[in-house]
Design a protein around this ligand. Structure first.
Ligand code: NAG
Ligand code: NAG
Ligand code: NAG
Length: 400
């Protein structure tokens, strides 16, 4: 009896451990993430970048996943986040764009420095939105962990300024990289850390902090678990959605309310570091505009409000499972110190919620982008098929 009870206990304990990612303290597997506004092309058109990414993300389907080399799922090249990743031995450090919306890690052919660990597999690869090239395997260093024989792409890009991407999306998104009709997947760096026994669960957590400067180290990636110093309260998990096409990415379901007004009824969408704004289906966007009284600013494409309207703004609630994540009024506006970078006027107040460009009911009805993630800690958990969110010391920040 006692024996059975303690066995049951061990079983339950194992279950509860399996159900939530490992908490990592002073993790050696954390990478700093730097945010940069790319002003090299003149004024940034945030909305245009985000909407074209959204269109590309939405056009992926199971059928086209392995044939989508022609589509353009490029990261937003106006605002991007990079992590320093070492490749080769001795390692060359590359500032790769961190992307949860793609899963293949690659560097541009012009910047790749080959060493004795660089092995050309001879496999042609193509990266949607960037270009094509050859697959290599090489040593990849993340923080002080070293992955051996990680498949990477060495890509001839049309834009030399993009050094490469660290893809931390789900494994299935790598289908098609090895050829238009290939259903073969390529292990992501997170998979490799797991396969090579450096982490015990296929999990990556993201911490971003709001910033008002043009270039700033304001984020952290934690592989294999979560970092308790970066969030407050408990992490609430929600299952990955099975609704396509949201299910190809980090897809979840949520509803959105502005105060008590329904903006978007419960539906599937995605969480994405590669999108800057929070994009919602066009009907939800109309509701939000009328609830806030905002006017469309033709110059930036963003919604604009007066200071009186700003004072009257209420929380925009993201209802995920039984939890509500409240985006404060300050969290709903673009940092005013950065208005001029997006072609705006320093006297105006712009909202970061905008139009996905398509109505709801299409299987990907919202994108909780970077401006959401800088207010809420996020956990992307393949092992338990879930995404987690928690509040942070910055959830209620008024820095914008
Ligand atoms: C990795 O680096 C961190 C900080 O630089 C250090 O505290 C930790 O002990 C290192 N871990 C390993 C396994 O070397
Ligand atoms: C910066 O913007 C320019 C012009 O739009 C673009 O060509 C370039 O690829 C961007 N750089 C990055 C790193 O995204
Ligand atoms: C944010 O402010 C609200 C309202 O004042 C409060 O209930 C909530 O606990 C705060 N959240 C955090 C993470 O500090």
């Amino acid at each position: 009896m006692f024996r059975a009870a303690s066995l049951l206990m061990i079983f339950l304990l194992a279950l509860s451990i399996a159900a939530s990612p490992v908490e990592i303290r002073d993790s050696p597997i954390t990478l700093s993430v730097a945010r940069r506004l790319n002003t090299s092309g003149g004024t940034i058109n945030l909305l245009q970048h985000d909407q074209s990414r959204a269109t590309a993300l939405k056009t992926v389907s199971r059928d086209t996943l392995s044939r989508r080399s022609g589509s353009t799922v490029a990261t937003n090249d106006a605002v991007y986040y990079t992590a320093a990743v070492g490749i080769g031995s001795p390692a060359t450090t590359y500032n790769l764009i961190v992307d949860t919306g793609s899963s293949f890690t690659w560097v541009s052919a012009t910047s790749y420095v080959k060493t004795s660990t660089s092995v050309n597999t001879g496999q042609p690869v193509s990266v949607p939105g960037y270009g094509s090239g050859t697959e290599y395997t090489d040593t990849v260093t993340l923080g002080n962990l070293t992955i051996i024989r990680q498949p990477i792409g060495v890509i001839s890009t049309s834009t030399d300024s993009v050094i490469g991407v660290l893809g931390i999306g789900p494994l299935d998104l790598t289908e098609g990289i090895l050829g238009e009709s290939s259903t073969m997947t390529i292990p992501t760096v997170t998979d490799s850390l797991y396969n090579q026994d450096m982490i015990s669960q296929i999990v990556v957590s993201v911490s971003f902090e709001p910033t008002t400067s043009e270039s700033d180290i304001n984020g952290e990636l934690t592989f294999g678990g979560t970092d308790a110093t970066k969030y407050t309260g408990a992490i609430a998990y929600t299952p990955l959605t099975t609704t396509e096409p949201a299910s190809y990415y980090w897809g979840i379901t949520e509803s959105i309310t502005y105060g008590t007004t329904t903006i978007l009824t419960e539906t599937a969408g995605i969480v994405d570091t590669g999108t800057t704004l929070i994009l919602i289906a066009s009907n939800a966007y109309d509701e939000y505009q009328s609830a806030t009284g905002a006017t469309l600013d033709e110059t930036t494409g963003l919604l604009r409000i007066s200071s009186t309207q700003y004072s009257a703004l209420v929380n925009l609630n993201f209802n995920i499972g039984s939890n509500t994540f409240a985006l404060t009024p300050n969290g709903q506006i673009w940092p005013r110190a950065l208005n001029t970078y997006i072609g705006g006027s320093s006297d105006y107040i712009y909202l970061i919620v905008n139009n996905l460009g398509t109505p709801s009911g299409e299987g990907l009805d919202f994108i909780n982008g970077y401006t959401f993630l800088e207010r809420f800690y996020s956990v992307f958990d393949t092992t338990n098929s879930q995404v987690g969110f928690a509040t942070t010391a910055y959830t209620n920040a008024t820095t914008n």
